[in-house]
Design a protein around this ligand. Structure first.
Ligand code: GDP
Ligand code: ZN
Length: 460
């Protein structure tokens, strides 16, 4: 049981209509009682759960009135954290929020760490770890699609799938252990049936991993590089894309982001266009950041947009860049389609980059760009449609846990085929079970847990 009561401003710092100071812990109601004068003179501990009362926040020391507020109470265990929670809805000015926060500290609360409310919800068993992570994802979702997936995870849909797989592993394990402990009654395990079950579980995990590659993109965005020699229209393209599709990007203290990137929402797909500052300032990534860095960017990119000036003949510089590209993640944009000569360039591209997909556009006239999302979806997701209601994995942490589980299952399956001792097999199956448990947080090391909650902002 966690003893102390934590406090934080739960709304963004800055000026707004309403600001919320949130308290959680066994002393929340007592602390709130000392600083709240309700209009109808009820005490905080008399307010029913999920009810609001209007009143004043008053400094009990000198009687100074800080603000007129609405105060709500949510009692343990039916609150977000599973503890007694009080929320003070005050006016959203930075001074008033700060004064009320400080009063809660003076009255015995402790400043919450980043993500500590959600961490308590996890530690108190209100939500599992995958759900806690989904809280961040809901807050940070960059597109509708990403939000839909995150809300599903918050609801516990991933956890349910994991739980089901774990249950099947437990029943295999139980049979194995019974065959060890009571060989006369149970007899030996049915190797081919056990193998079939394990293979089937492995297949399910495999498909979750495959979906997860796409899920990760939904959550994190496609790392996109726009490349091309100077004056082909990279900035114009970027500006055209950004103007129509700029994503609402929220910045959180504690989250480190590449400073120079622009996030756009292209028909539900978040694109993180890196090093845009480089493109904007000099018109040329290669010139600005050097060839090696450009190669590194290309190597790390999920998506490369290679822009050529289709109105002029291609030059050595174009060919130099083309040599570094990979058809699996590159789309060639034949820009300046509003001018002449495009057929020549098109033919040239078809000859030099035969298997590359290309699109005729005019960044200046904003023409042809509407076909870009379809091409990108096709490139990235193949024919798979990403539907909102799919319970896909979106986090690298979950993906690596799934991969670990697959490795253990492979060991177990090999062991079965080689006729290994059953008690050796149980070790691998337990390993697979544990790996799955890392996702929901059943089996997770303290330090990993702390890293996860550091991603949150204060007050969440
Ligand atoms: P960057 O150096 O690759 O970033 O190229 P810019 O975007 O700065 O464009 C270079 C020049 O090409 C500018 O004068 C643009 O107005 C022009 N330009 C860019 N896109 C188009 C286009 O689609 N059609 C025409 N006609 N001109 C364009
Ligand atoms: Zn430019």
């Amino acid at each position: 049981m966690i003893e102390d009561t934590i406090t934080a401003i739960a709304t963004p710092i800055g000026t707004g209509g309403i600001g919320i100071i949130r308290l959680s812990g066994s002393n929340s109601l007592a602390i709130a009682d000392k600083m709240f004068n309700s209009w109808n003179e009820v005490k905080v501990h008399e307010i029913p759960s999920f009810n609001l009362r209007l009143g004043y926040v008053i400094d009990p020391g000198d009687g100074e009135v800080f603000d007129e507020v609405l105060l709500s109470v949510m009692r343990a265990p039916k609150s977000f954290t599973g503890e007694d929670v009080v929320e003070i809805n005050c006016h959203g000015g930075p001074i008033v929020m700060e004064k009320i926060l400080r009063l809660t500290l003076e009255l015995g609360a402790r400043m919450a760490e980043a993500g500590e409310f959600t961490k308590r919800a996890f530690l108190n068993g209100r939500i599992d770890l995958a759900q806690a992570e989904a809280v961040i994802d809901v807050i940070e979702a960059k597109t509708d699609l990403a939000l839909g997936v995150a809300v599903n995870q918050l609801h516990g849909n991933i956890s349910e799938r994991i739980g089901y797989l774990q249950k099947r592993l437990v029943s295999v394990l139980a049979q194995m252990e019974a065959s060890i402990d009571f060989p006369e009654d149970v007899g030996e395990i049915d190797c081919s049936e056990t193998r079939r079950i394990l293979l089937n579980i492995k297949e399910t995990i495999h498909s979750m991993i495959a979906e997860g590659q796409r899920g990760k993109i939904l959550r994190e965005g496609l790392t996109t590089v726009i490349i091309g020699k100077p004056n082909v229209g990279k900035s114009s393209l970027l500006n055209a894309l950004v103007k129509e599709n700029r994503a609402i990007v929220t910045e959180f203290p504690g989250t480190t982001r590449d400073a120079i990137e622009e996030v756009i929402n292209l028909d539900g797909l978040p694109l993180r266009i890196v090093d845009t500052a480089g493109i904007r300032e000099t018109g040329d990534v290669v010139e600005k950041i050097g060839v090696d860095r450009a190669k590194k960017l290309l190597a790390e990119a999920d998506l490369v947009l290679f822009v050529v000036d289709a109105a002029t003949m291609l030059t050595e510089d174009d060919k130099l860049i083309a040599r570094e590209l990979n058809k699996d993640n590159t789309i060639v944009l034949l820009n300046k389609h509003d001018l002449k000569n495009i057929e020549m360039t098109e033919r040239f591209i078809n000859e030099t980059l035969p298997e590359f997909q290309s699109l005729k556009i005019s960044a200046k006239e904003k023409w042809g760009l509407d076909k870009l999302p379809i091409l990108i979806r096709d490139k990235v997701f193949g024919n798979n449609i990403v539907a909102k209601d799919r319970n896909i994995v979106t986090r690298s942490r979950h993906l690596s846990a799934l991969n670990k589980a697959v490795n253990y299952l492979n060991e177990a399956i090999n062991g079965l085929e080689n006729g290994n001792m059953v008690d050796l097999l149980t070790i691998d199956i337990r390993g697979a079970w544990d790996s799955l448990g890392e996702i929901t947080g059943e089996t997770i090391a303290e330090d990993v847990l702390n890293t996860i909650f550091k991603e949150f902002c204060i007050g969440k």
